[in-house]
Design a protein around this ligand. Structure first.
Ligand code: 6PG
Length: 482
């Protein structure tokens, strides 16, 4: 082992864009000395020459890197999730000592994080899965950070992460989310909400364009105006920018020259898969994932377009149409966030995490992709009563949805009559209605289940479990032991 002095309080492994931006962010904060290591040294040299001001402690070998870290050694891994992460973890575990901290800052699957943590815990080394949101710019100027792992590791890590996190209303956007995979779980839900929010915004755009007959530049103005009110958020802000963009090659609106097939890297799918396992309805996120999938099926789209002779006549928009869409967007967004927080609550219960919902809402106010004023309202709601059954019952949101309800229904009806696909808006409204009606047709489903499979049912008028003898004389029998 190298005999170099251990001067760095934090190290970064993996110097692609996210890693090098995070390393630069760390180096720019008072009190941090940052060690850096990359598998190919040429990348490290490039970073050193581009950013001499950072004062990086660079190493060509992993041994030197480890030797350059002061104890407890703390290293953040910023490599592609998967096999690359495991390889680096292995190298560090071999060299680290009890009390040292390995942080995985990638978009890892939280199940992998739980498994890694339990594998590493017996060595006495802390393994922390940390969700980091905000893209390249966030990593450089201040992300929202969602670390899991032990409370003990957070004593060392917390102040370092707080030094680089975004600041919202004076508070750093970082909190100890919970043990083992809690941080990556919450980051996954963040991404699921991000998908839902983006889909709802895209539907609002489509309606303003198709029904409202507005051109992208005019819609950009609408979004910019919305960004001054309750819808204020990073995603609304960048939507205005994207819509205002003109393609330099053709002079056409940028949005018109982009192929309409949305990609994804998988975190939205994970959110829905896990919500299904947890039994939590996250229709808003599910519809967003499916909407991307539908968009990316050109063969099916073309097949149906070929056989469709006529499309519905687009309804006429009145002067208040844009305001209606804003209200529908807001109400649908409340539903999507309510569903996302429901998934956090269910995950916390299943995996034994003590997650403070108000703190999660607060660390999402700045730095991350879903950052918005709106999150203050969520923080307040959970702060006031952490045990509310759904965000929709919190007085502020109940009022907001009630105020927008009529507009929301008009927009969904207009979309259906005009043939504009709004899976996000309509599933959010159906979810709301499912909660709001006194009786659901689930009673009939229970009857069907009992008919074909003797799955039994409960009655509204007395306790017990029952089965009707459907293939016999159709009398009812009580089923004991239920
Ligand atoms: C963030 C983003 C970031 C990212 C995801 C989602 O919080 O900074 O969520 O993690 O953009 O990779 O991307 P996809 O849309 O490609 O799944």
């Amino acid at each position: 082992m190298d005999t170099r002095t251990a001067t760095a309080n934090i190290g970064v492994v993996g110097l692609a864009v996210m890693g090098s931006n995070l390393a630069r962010n760390l180096a720019s904060r008072e009190g941090n000395t940052v060690a850096v290591y990359n598998r190919t040294y040429a990348r490290t040299e490039e970073l050193l020459s581009e950013h001499p001001e950072a004062g990086f402690v660079a190493s060509e070998t992993i041994d030197d890197f480890v030797a350059s870290l002061a104890k407890p050694r703390t290293a953040i891994i910023m490599v592609q999730a998967g096999a690359g992460t495991d390889a680096v973890i292995g190298q560090l575990v071999e060299r680290f000592e009890p009390g040292d901290i390995i942080v995985d800052g990638g978009n890892a699957n939280f199940h992998d994080t739980i498994a890694r943590e339990s594998r590493i815990a017996p060595t006495g080394i802390h393994f922390v899965g940390a969700g980091i949101s905000g893209g390249e710019e966030g990593a450089l100027h201040g992300p929202s950070i969602m670390p899991g792992g032990s409370a003990e590791s957070y004593e060392t890590l917390g102040p370092i992460l707080a030094s680089i996190a975004a600041v919202a209303e004076g508070e750093p956007c970082v909190t100890h989310v919970g043990t083992d995979g809690a941080g990556h779980f919450v980051k996954m839900i963040h991404n699921g909400i991000e998908y839902a929010d983006m889909q709802l915004i895209a539907e609002a755009y489509d309606l303003l364009r198709t029904v409202g007959s507005l051109q992208p530049a005019a819609i950009a103005d609408v979004f910019a105006r919305w960004n001054e009110g309750p819808l204020e958020s990073y995603l609304i802000e960048i939507t205005a920018e994207v819509l205002r963009q003109v393609d330099p090659a053709t002079g056409r609106p940028f949005v018109d020259i982009v192929l309409d097939q949305a990609g994804s890297k998988g975190t939205g799918v994970w959110t829905v898969q896990n919500a299904l396992d947890l039994g939590v309805p996250v229709g808003g996120i599910g519809e967003a994932v499916f909407a991307r999938a539908v968009s990316s099926k050109p063969a099916q789209r073309e097949a149906v377009q070929r056989i469709v002779n006529s499309r519905p006549t687009v309804q006429e928009a009145d002067a208040s149409f844009a305001d209606d869409v804003a209200k529908a967007l807001y109400a649908s967004k409340v539903v999507a966030y309510a569903q996302g927080f429901d998934a956090i609550i269910a995950g916390a219960e299943k995996y034994g995490w003590d997650i403070h919902k108000d703190r999660i809402a607060k660390i999402w106010r700045g730095g991350c992709i879903i950052r918005a004023q709106f999150l203050n309202r969520i923080a307040e709601a959970y702060d006031e009563n952490p045990d509310i059954a759904t965000l929709l019952e919190a007085p502020y949101f109940a009022q907001a949805v009630a105020d927008g309800e009529a507009a929301w229904r008009r927009v969904v009806a207009t979309s259906a009559l005009s043939g504009v696909p709004v899976p996000g808006f309509s599933s959010a409204l159906s979810y709301y209605d499912s909660l709001a009606v006194k009786r659901l047709p689930a009673a009939l489903v229970q009857g069907q289940r009992d008919f074909f499979g003797a799955h039994t049912y409960k009655r509204v008028d007395k306790p017990g479990t029952f089965h009707t003898l459907w293939s016999g004389d159709r009398t009812e029998v009580e089923v004991p032991g239920h």
